[in-house]
Structures are given as C-alpha cells and as structure tokens.
Write a protein that binds this ligand. Structure first.
Ligand code: KMT
Ligand code: NI
Length: 196
C-alpha cells in the first residue's frame, strides 16, 4: 500500500539523524560514549552506505503505532518479543553482556525498537572503523545481515527493546572472523568493503 510505503520510509531519507560517530581508541569502559575529541560524526549517508536503517518513532502515540505497524507490514516482520537488559532483569547478565559485545554477524537482520532506556550499537564501516550508534527510547534500528557489529549498555545499565524478526527467530551470533560465512559474503557483495 502506498501509504504504508511512505510511513515505513527510513529516516536517513527524511534527514533525521541518530547520534552516530566514529569511536575513539581508548580501552576505557565500553559503557562510556567513546567519542573522539573533537567529535567525528557519522553521516546518515555513511550509515546508509553500510545498509543500516533507522527510524525515530514516537512511542505511546497513535502516529508512532501506525508507523511501526507499517514498517512491520512493508518489511515482513511477523515475530516480536520484548527483551530487557539490566543487571537484575536478565538471567546470566554478565555473560550475556560479554557476548553482545563480541564482534559478530548474524544470518538475518538485527531489528530492535527501543521502548525504554538506552544503549550503543557499534557497526564496522567499509574501512573497518567502528561507528557507535547511540539509541534511546523511540529509536528503531535495522542492521543488515552479515554486518560486523556489537552491542553494549551505557552507564545507565538499562534497555528494554522490541526484537523483531521475519519468521522463526534465530539470534545466533557468529563471532569474527566469518569471511567464509554466506551472510558475510552476501554483505560484501551488497556493500563493497574496502580491501586491506
Ligand atoms: C543483541 O542481539 O545484541 C541484543 O539483543 C542486545 C541488544 S537489544 C537492545
Ligand atoms: Ni547481534
């Protein structure tokens, strides 16, 4: 439906920008912002070139609900559940936090809509630099199949997110290196990664 298509348009095309930036090299706590000084922002075009999609969807409003529903229909997201990540809410928290922050890929998109709290998704750009994407309540992010990425909470130590999926969910992370994984090969074909 044309109306769905319009509502489901990612924000990169609407020039609404997430707080995304190239990370510094410091070994400090992963939960800190890790902004360079001066900050080096990652443009919406840079994220787009990596296949990363984002939307800021007003939570708790009919407009927001309509937009989320349109995205689900247009992109085929027919599975969803809620995940809460905090020291008290998540069984096996310490181990899971470590797993989320190991650089990995998936054999499907990673689709998250933040309903409370905040955190950071880090993605590798085409030259293998880390781009940190700060997400908070109302942010929806789609990481394409095969992109190297990781996740961390920030110093608030709390996020609650909707996890969406097409069909039966598979959350398996494949830690780097995965150069021979079909999803990595597919990603490199779609998004020409610089040789190094
Ligand atoms: C993942 O796969 O990294 C997670 O589910 C944690 C992030 S969800 C906000
Ligand atoms: Ni992941």
């Amino acid at each position: 439906m044309a109306e769905d298509q319009a509502l489901a348009q990612p924000d990169e095309l609407r020039e609404v920008r997430l707080d995304a930036y190239y990370m510094d090299d410091s070994e400090e706590d992963q939960r800190l912002p890790h902004k360079k000084s001066p900050n080096e922002a990652a443009s919406p075009e840079a994220l787009r070139a990596l296949g990363v999609l984002s939307w800021r969807i007003d939570p708790d409003t009919p407009e927001g609900e309509a937009r989320l529903a349109a995205i689900k229909r247009v992109r085929g997201y027919n599975y969803e559940d809620l995940v809460t990540i905090s020291p008290t809410a998540l069984p096996g928290y310490e181990q899971k936090i470590r797993t989320f922050y190991e650089e990995h890929i998936h054999s499907d998109e990673e689709i998250r809509y933040v309903v409370e709290g905040s955190g950071y998704f880090d993605v590798r750009d085409l030259e293998d630099r880390w781009i940190r994407i700060a997400v908070a309540k109302g942010d929806m992010l789609v990481l394409p199949e095969g992109i190297y990425h990781r996740f961390t909470l920030d110093t608030e130590n709390y996020i609650k997110a909707l996890r969406l999926f097409i069909g039966e969910p598979v959350w398996t992370p494949f830690n780097r290196p995965q150069e021979d994984h079909p999803s990595r090969a597919k990603y490199i074909q779609s998004f020409p990664v610089a040789a190094h």
